[in-house]
Design a protein around this ligand. Structure first.
Ligand SMILES: [Fe+2]
Length: 157
C-alpha cells in the first residue's frame, strides 16, 4: 500500500511550504537556479526551501542573491524563510531589505517580521527607524517585530 499522502509535506520548520525542497544540495547550483529568471517559479521556490533547510552562512548568502530577482513574490518568500532560519547571519541582509525605499512593501513587511523572528535584539534600532513609516504594512510589521523581540528579551529592552 502506498502511504504517500496527496497533501504537501510539513517541513522541518513545521510549515506547509508552497513547494517541496529541491533534492539538489550543492549551494552554487541552487543559487544558479534561484537567480535564473527563465526558470519556472515553482522550481525557484523549491530551491529557496532547500537553501533554508541547509541553514548555513553560505546558504543565506546564496538566498540573498535572490533579492536581485525581478519577482517580488520570490523576494518576499526569501525574507520569510530567513525568519524561519533564525540565523543571525541574515540580520544585515534583512535590515538592508527593510530599509530599501525602492523595495516592494510586502517584501519589506516580511523582512521586518523576519527580523523579529530571528530574535536578536541587535535588530531593534533598525526596526524602530520604521515604526512611523507612512505605509502601515511596514510600520505595523515593525511594531509586531519589536513586541516579539521584547517578549523574548524582556530583560534587555
Ligand atoms: Fe507576510
Amino acid at each position: 500500500m502506498n502511504n504517500r499522502s496527496s497533501k504537501p509535506d510539513v517541513s522541518e520548520y513545521g510549515s506547509v511550504d508552497p513547494a517541496p525542497p529541491s533534492k539538489i544540495q550543492d549551494i552554487a547550483r541552487l543559487e544558479s537556479i534561484l537567480v535564473d529568471e527563465n526558470t519556472r517559479m515553482f522550481e525557484r521556490m523549491r530551491v529557496v526551501f532547500s537553501l533554508r533547510n541547509i541553514n548555513s552562512s553560505e546558504s543565506i548568502d546564496a538566498l540573498s542573491q535572490g533579492f536581485k530577482s525581478q519577482s517580488a513574490l520570490l523576494r518576499h518568500e526569501i525574507a520569510y524563510v530567513m525568519g524561519q532560519m533564525q540565523n543571525n547571519h541574515a540580520l544585515p541582509i534583512l535590515e538592508d531589505v527593510l530599509s530599501d525605499e525602492n523595495e516592494h512593501v510586502m517584501v519589506r513587511h516580511e523582512a521586518a517580521e523576519a527580523l523579529g523572528a530571528i530574535g536578536d535584539i541587535k535588530a531593534k534600532n533598525t526596526l524602530e527607524m520604521y515604526l512611523d513609516h507612512n505605509l502601515p504594512e511596514i510600520s505595523e510589521s515593525c511594531e509586531v517585530a519589536l513586541d516579539l523581540l521584547s517578549h523574548h528579551n524582556s530583560d534587555l529592552v
